[in-house]
Design a protein around this ligand. Structure first.
Ligand code: MLT
Length: 396
């Protein structure tokens, strides 16, 4: 038996596991410390009432023979796919329900989608980037090209036609930088993908944070994108589903390469390797798209956006360069005093008891930068602001 030796090329541990280990070690050695976690993008607001009600009622249904459900359709129940289709429709995007695939979240689909692409493909990945795109391609042994995201391009790299790639990763609003592509910039990527007969894997996990119409919430707002893009969406950040798990992927039927439909391949892959998301969770997810659900999740998103504003204001007062936090829950800042990312991580943890994510964990262009999230509670965000502005931790 031989193992997949590509795994040996990975960093020993996943970025967020390393951060968690370091924070746990610190907390063990300093049990009195009130550590504020603004590291991993995990939400703190509970599920909204419309979702909870739907989860409870679906759980009850499972307890009666008449309404009990066993295996569901691998690609999701029609009631949820219809709700998602209508959601796109309200943004003037017309989809068929069989272009929508419900899953347990964007992270799984972003990794699993690679099953349908040859290992000979070259992938193009921005740097810095959500580490899942890189690691899943390393696991398969695919050739990776990086495009530089940096201050010069406002962390929004545009295509270089001399570079030929087959699979392109884009994430907007971006994780980790919070930068957001506008319509013309995304149109440029669609033109490039068509020119090279490439496919764009568009991560729209943070689309719910976009309010300014200048920025597309979906790649399918761009003409021609249905011929060259797959979109990954998650309810984790939209509706606090990080622990409940549900997302969806849109694979248009017009996506055809070498006369093969990617929609058909993905359906084949999912029906073989996936048994679908639980009925109960899908009922909860569908409630997000009701009028009440939309109003309730917006309250939570507004809450996080206010946190982002507080963090951004703090950094501005401290004279620290940063971007993001406007149409995004992430704030991307330059480490003060030219510290490298891990040095600043330790500095912030030890001196202020605040946890963030070192920018270098997202790639070499992230070195010297740092990511803070707006997903903390208001109380903790304000406390973090005080600590950073006062330059010390208030002792209780
Ligand atoms: C992050 O902090 O980047 C995200 O929470 C990770 C994820 O969504 O998997």
């Amino acid at each position: 038996m031989n193992i997949n030796s590509n795994y040996l090329k990975l960093e020993e541990s996943y970025l967020f596991s390393t951060v968690a280990r370091k924070v746990n070690e610190y907390q063990e050695n300093h049990p009195e410390a009130k550590v504020i976690r603004l590291g991993i993008g995990d939400v703190t607001k509970p599920l909204c009432p419309a979702v909870v009600e739907a989860l409870v009622s679906a759980s009850k249904e499972m307890g009666f023979a008449e309404t009990f459900r066993g295996y569901g359709p691998e690609q999701g129940y029609d009631f949820l796919k219809e709700a998602i289709r209508n959601h796109y429709q309200s943004n003037n995007i017309v989809l068929d329900t069989d272009e929508i695939f419900v899953s347990d979240g964007a992270k799984s689909d972003l990794g699993n989608i690679l099953d349908i692409f040859s290992e000979d493909n070259t992938v193009l990945i921005p740097n810095p980037v959500y580490p899942v795109y890189v690691d899943t391609n390393i696991m398969d042994g695919r050739k990776i090209l990086y495009m530089d995201a940096n201050e010069k391009c406002d962390f929004l790299p545009l295509p270089d036609y001399d570079i030929k790639a087959d699979v392109i990763y884009l994430c907007s609003p971006n994780n980790p930088t919070g930068a957001v592509y506008d319509r013309e910039q995304l149109a440029e990527w669609v033109r490039y993908a068509k020119h090279h007969n490439a496919v764009i894997l568009f991560d729209a996990a943070y689309e719910a944070f976009i309010e300014n119409e200048k920025y597309p919430k979906s790649i399918f707002e761009i003409e021609g994108a249905k011929d060259c893009a797959i979109e990954f969406c998650s309810l984790s950040k939209t509706a606090g589903f990080t622990g409940t798990r549900c997302g969806y992927t849109v694979v248009p039927k017009t996506l055809v390469y070498n006369e093969i439909s990617l929609n058909k391949l993905w359906l084949r892959r999912q029906t073989t390797k996936f048994n679908g998301v639980s009925y109960i969770v899908q009922k909860g997810a569908a409630a997000i798209f009701s009028e009440e659900g939309q109003r309730q999740i917006k309250e939570n998103i507004d809450y996080y956006k206010e946190n982002a504003r507080i963090i951004s204001k703090t950094l501005t007062e401290l004279g620290i360069w940063h971007i993001g936090g406007m149409e995004s829950p992430y704030i991307w800042m330059k480490c003060p005093s030219n510290m490298d990312s891990w040095t600043y991580f330790d500095y912030l943890l030890e001196n202020y008891n605040i946890v963030g994510t070192p920018g270098c964990g997202f790639g070499k262009n992230g070195e010297g930068y740092f990511r803070l999230t707006a997903f903390g509670s208001r109380e903790n965000t304000i406390e973090a602001q005080k600590r950073m502005l006062n330059g010390k931790i208030e002792k209780a």
